[in-house]
Design a protein around this ligand. Sequence first.
Ligand SMILES: [Zn+2]
Length: 219
Amino acid sequence: MDDLSGFIFMLLIVFIIGLFIVSFIKKALTNIRNEQKRKDSYEEERLKRIAQAALEQKERERLRKVAYETYFDDKEFINKNTTRLEDFIINDRMNQYDLEKLARLNGIQLEILGGWTDLVLALMVELSENGWKGKVASIKEKYAELRFYAIFPKEFNNPEHDAIYEEIMENYKLKSLETCEVCGEHGGMVYSGGWQQTLCEKHSDHPVFSEYIIPFGKK
Ligand SMILES: [Zn+2]
């Protein structure tokens, strides 16, 4: 092999190696670009999903708000147009919705089932006859009893009046212990799964805690 063909051979080798290197770099660059594209589209998809979820959440909140605000629209009750607690009307014509309205105006949730509604309404009338104006901190069931934490105007903050309140409450606690919290029929205390509750025979083995909670006062 003479010098010239040796040189051409070398040149050819260098050229081939060069081709390899160029194609390798090209491939590597393409890979990097594809990877970036994949990442970008994944990120785009992720952001789209987040935006969609936020939109759905907002819509759910809107519907909940509408349901809350229009809840009383088709209901008939004497406090339908009452917007302030100081204007709340307490008498023996109140119904379940008055109780729900009372809870809202007090900013509390009713933590009792529907079977005790009449009991609570009667209690409200009796408390009202003793100076109560509708302010209440909590209405709930505890240890199978009715708890109604009424707040009286200042002028009734004295031991004599406290005793009257205690007596009224004791009476209604006892009544609640004989009233099925689900249906209002005669009942007794039932123990179930660590819970105590006052229930009638029919409801004594019913899973009351999910199904029968009155869906009101909820925002
Ligand atoms: Zn019952």
